[in-house]
Ligand binder design. Structure first.
Ligand SMILES: Cc1ncc(COP(=O)(O)O)c(C=O)c1O
Length: 494
């Protein structure tokens, strides 16, 4: 082990930004140029942090099942696997005496489903969940399925601009549904607008009315400091916080739950199988009381967890307050520059002082279909963005309707909603810790170019039967760039 002190803080942030796999990926474009890709789709999935990948490779030399015990590799695997759980608890400021961390599925969706069932089962008499209108379907549909009723709380407005979830309206619903409310489930950061919700205030509000709080941290864990246990104000603590490793710079890592042990101990774990039982008899079995074992039936995603542990350690060494301050600067720059593009509408308030944001910016070029904009950004500029409704249909629709009300001649809201149709959506540019001002400049220049040359771009595409924009002459054959069997052929060339 090296005796030289390790980098941390801003210095480590500056170094690590260049160390992601895929930052130099190039593609041949529709205009004949070959360009480096600019990845602005981190809200969907982030790129892989190279040092974490290297740690996974190093670990593979010692890989073993964590349920084995006596051999050297089993000891390394089990102890490092456990260390990752402890590291996540300390990274998220969760008191290890009160909280446990366990892994489930491939992302936040499995984690939300799991906790919705837990909260339902420990308080079956309380059959209502309160969510915000801002939620991703993964923090809405599980509650619709597992609870009897789900109430959607609208957002606040300031001068016709949407802000975070409305606390007065949430309080009104908590009062209205009273003892029936089991929990409030809310996202820390919207995956559409990047708008940040005041989580501590929401937790206090939920607890004031006897409700629990589940935080969807899918877009929060990699961007903001989190305090799950609030020592000064215990009512502001969360009952559960969930996030996805694949949105935290480790593709292939699991979904994460951090939850109060007391809630989990109140019922038998949802999933049963090997690893979570103390003893099994012919007709009965005894579940372990130790965490995380009792919540992780079967062989876990050990390798993914090791990669996640490495990234969490790197983020911790940088310091989430340092990271947040740096990301805020790029976000503010992006909002300012994008606002200068003629005809570009950004959804949600763009005032970072009154409405803080992280990572995501969704927009449209007025009167240009989002599918065409996303297609042209990809095919001519090698800028990777996402379009459509980002698994948040009610929220996206709400914003499109609000914008149309302001900017069209429709007066009848029903007619307006109808005219919006199902095909409508937005374009989303989302930032990871590797994105720079130069990436923002490239996006802004491309969008400006598209608006000024829209007739040319429109003439280059047809819309197919799936309502997707397809270039008339340029065809991307993915196998020329990557296929599993092609890569294997290259590897095993005689
Ligand atoms: C806010 C939010 N919640 C939940 C999810 C679902 O996460 P996963 O696809 O990792 O299950 C996403 C994914 O984009 C998200 O952005």
């Amino acid at each position: 082990m090296s005796k030289t002190p390790a980098l941390k803080g801003l210095e480590l942030y500056r170094k690590i930004r260049n160390e992601f796999i895929g930052l130099n990926t190039k593609y041949l474009l529709a205009n004949g140029e070959t360009k480096k890709r600019i990845y602005l789709d981190s809200t969907a999935s982030t790129l892989m942090m190279k040092p974490a990948f290297d740690i996974m490779e190093k670990f593979l030399h010692h890989y073993a099942n964590t349920h084995s015990e006596m051999h050297f590799d089993a000891k390394i695997s089990s102890r490092e696997y456990q260390w990752v759980h402890d590291k996540i608890l300390s990274f998220l400021n969760a008191d290890p005496n009160v909280y446990t961390c366990f892994f489930t599925g491939s992302g936040t969706t499995a984690a939300v489903n799991r906790m919705a069932r837990v909260f339902r089962d420990i308080r079956p008499e309380k059959d209502v969940a309160i969510v915000s209108i801002m939620e991703h379907h993964s923090n809405d549909l599980p509650h619709r399925k597992h609870m009897k009723e789900v109430v959607h709380v609208p957002v606040e407005f300031n001068e016709n601009q949407m802000l975070c979830v409305s606390l007065p309206l949430m309080e009104a619903e908590l009062k209205k549904y009273g003892d029936r409310v089991n929990y409030v489930a809310v996202t820390g950061v919207s995956n559409v607008t990047g708008i940040i919700n005041p989580l501590k205030k929401i937790a206090k509000l939920a607890h004031k009315y006897g409700a629990l709080i589940l935080v969807d941290g899918a877009q929060t864990a990699a961007h903001l400091p989190i305090e799950i246990s609030n020592q000064d104000d215990p009512e502001a603590s969360f009952d559960a916080f969930v996030f996805s490793g694949h949105k935290t710079y480790v593709p292939g890592s699991p979904g994460v739950v951090v939850a109060k042990k007391a809630h989990l101990l109140a019922i038998e774990p949802e999933e049963v199988g090997g690893g979570m039982v103390k003893e099994v008899f012919e007709t009965e079995y005894e579940v372990k009381t130790e965490f995380p074992d009792r919540e992780e039936a079967g062989t876990p995603n050990i390798l993914g967890a090791i990669g996640l542990g490495a990234v969490i350690d790197v983020l911790d060494r940088i310091g989430m307050d340092v990271l947040e301050a740096e990301e805020d600067k790029i976000m503010a720059y992006a909002l300012e520059k994008m606002n200068e593009v003629e005809g570009l509408v950004i959804y949600g308030s763009t005032c970072m002082k009154t409405c803080p944001r992280a990572a995501s910016i969704s927009f449209n070029l007025r009167d240009i279909d989002h599918g065409l904009v996303a297609g042209v950004l990809n095919d001519y500029f090698n800028i990777a963005v996402r379009n459509q409704c980002f698994c948040a249909h009610p929220y996206v629709k709400e914003m499109l309707v609000a914008d149309m009300k302001l900017n069209s001649t429709f007066t009848d809201i029903k007619e307006l909603k109808f005219s919006l149709g199902l095909k409508k959506g937005m374009v989303r540019a989302s930032l990871g810790l590797y994105n720079t001002r130069e990436d923002v400049d490239a996006l802004v220049a491309a969008l400006d170019h598209i608006t000024k040359n829209i007739e040319f771009y429109q003439s280059q595409y047809i819309v197919n039967e799936n309502e997707t924009y397809v270039h008339k002459t340029f065809y991307f054959d993915h196998k020329t760039r990557f296929s599993i069997s092609g890569a294997l052929d290259d590897m095993f060339k005689k």
